[in-house]
Design a protein around this ligand. Structure first.
Ligand code: FCB
Length: 466
């Protein structure tokens, strides 16, 4: 694994966007400061609201403090151009802006995001804003959350408030981050907030999120100045585990369940029910007029790619069961989250999105890897000259291989014109707590010291060398 790469930043084109991404709950901390209302992730990490169940988060971790980005944003954002990046993707915490989810606006919350946007602009960094990265106001969960159809209206109200406040300075918007992840993992698998195991809530939420994506896009176009509107999807490269008809069926079902169900309704293609019978009861939640109001002409699609999934056979052949999928743990290259490293999958998911013929632009809004990083040096040292370093060569190699696939997709005709590394810095990795480190910048949590990793330096060389 050398530090060489066979491309230059210029190969991606002069208008290519290079950025880093984060999400509010994973970095901000300040969970109850300055008028912020609780989110479902506050409730979930505190282990309350589930009949007194204990926390389901590794190590009992919470985002109460996280990276303390709420207070450290001026210096944290300065790391973005320092590493050569021109764009910063971040999300807005809905309950920081609207503590009860609707109605009363929290001026301090608006002011915080306004300052974050201004700081980006002052640094010459383009702010890319995600409106929803999983931290629903708890007050709305108490009214049914995503399973209550009223959420579409609640979401529209919230998007309008943000568009009014930031829409004069923010051009690039992602309405929702990875609907699959919070709808499936939060409502059916119970591993993310709100921690439910309900097929009906899962299906209702899926439909309401798809309606909300369209509503969010409409509100942005109505209220923000010349917005560029997209949304970001978790996309998996789905691999067959055999060649029989049953294997082909399982592969199609997993693809429909994971990738297509959140994309195709917005394109007017409906739900992929023919390939995934498990989704069939979603029809119960569809109302007259929905096929029209769910449609969106996206300005770009956000592609988020981490790993490949293997489609497994249903335990009872022919049954309309939950599509089954697994990961290959035998591959030689596995990350700290046990995700197989499969760079060609990034090319393939980009090409499959391009094949819809409906996305004028594709932007990789997340891609990255967690590895067990070792900090060399003493972060507690008061000697300003003491050097600290993280030699994360495996992450450098990960980025080299994935960026080469972005370039290949571009050469194969896909209009992919941006790439955001996940993540600017180590942060709260949902159910896995603070174990997995995804950052280009190391965070020493006890001291909140930041150390740019070798991978961050690698990007700096790539992006600042002519
Ligand atoms: C994605 C999430 C992001 C982060 C990365 C590792 O699915 O959008 O918040 O957790 O995975």
């Amino acid at each position: 694994m050398s530090d060489q790469h066979e491309f230059t930043a210029q190969d991606f084109g002069p208008d290519f966007t290079w950025g880093v991404a984060t999400a509010s709950y994973q970095i901000e901390g300040a969970w109850n400061l300055d008028g912020k209302g609780p989110s479902i992730w506050d409730t979930f990490t505190h282990g309350r609201g589930l009949g007194g169940l204990r926390s389901r988060i590794a190590g009992g971790a919470t985002g109460d403090e996280a990276c303390d980005f709420y207070h450290r944003y001026p210096t944290d954002l300065a790391l973005v151009p320092e590493m050569g990046f021109g764009a910063k993707r971040f999300s807005i915490s809905w309950p920081r802006v609207l503590p009860e989810g609707t109605g009363r606006i929290n001026p301090a919350g608006i002011d915080f995001y306004s300052r974050v946007v201004d700081r980006c602009l002052e640094l010459g960094v383009e702010p890319w804003v995600t409106l929803y990265h999983w931290d629903l106001p708890q007050a709305l969960q108490d009214r049914g959350g995503w399973a209550n159809r009223d959420v579409v209206e609640w979401f529209g109200e919230y998007v309008g408030v943000v568009a009014d406040a930031l829409g004069d300075r923010v051009r690039n918007w992602m309405v929702v981050n990875e609907p699959l992840s919070f709808v499936l993992v939060g409502n059916l698998l119970g591993e993310h907030a709100p921690g439910l195991h309900s097929r009906s809530k899962f299906l209702a939420s899926m439909h309401h999120v798809n309606l909300a994506q369209a509503e969010g896009a409409r509100v942005l176009r109505d209220r923000a100045t010349e917005p560029v509107v997209g949304t970001s999807h978790y996309l998996a490269d789905i691999a067959a585990t055999g060649t029989s008809a049953a294997h082909r069926h399982a592969t199609r079902a997993a693809d429909a369940f994971i990738n297509r169900a959140y994309i195709e309704p917005n394109l007017g293609l409906g739900y992929p029910l023919a390939d995934c019978g498990f989704l069939k009861p979603i029809e119960k939640y569809q109302k007259e007029g929905d096929e029209m109001s769910i449609q969106v002409d996206w300005d770009f699609l956000g592609v988020q790619y981490y790993t490949r999934l293997k489609a497994l056979l249903a335990p009872i052949p022919g049954m309309w069961t939950l599509p089954m999928f697994g990961r290959d743990h035998t591959s030689y290259d596995i990350t700290a989250t046990e995700w197989e490293v499969n760079p060609t999958g990034l090319h393939d998911v980009i090409m499959s999105m391009h094949a819809y013929g409906r996305f004028p632009r594709l932007v990789v809004t997340e891609n990255g890897a967690a590895y067990p990083d070792d900090l060399i040096g003493d972060p507690g040292s008061t000697d300003p000259g003491a050097s600290l370093r993280v030699a994360d060569q495996r992450r450098v190699h990960f980025y080299q291989r994935h960026l080469a696939e972005v370039l290949r997709a571009q050469r194969d005709g896909a209009p992919v014109d941006g790439y955001f590394a996940w993540s600017l810095m180590d942060n709260f990795e949902w159910a896995d707590g603070y174990g997995p480190r995804f950052g280009l910048v190391y965070v020493d949590y006890p001291t909140q010291r930041r150390v740019v990793k070798d991978s961050g330096r690698w990007f700096q060389r790539l992006l600042t060398t002519d």
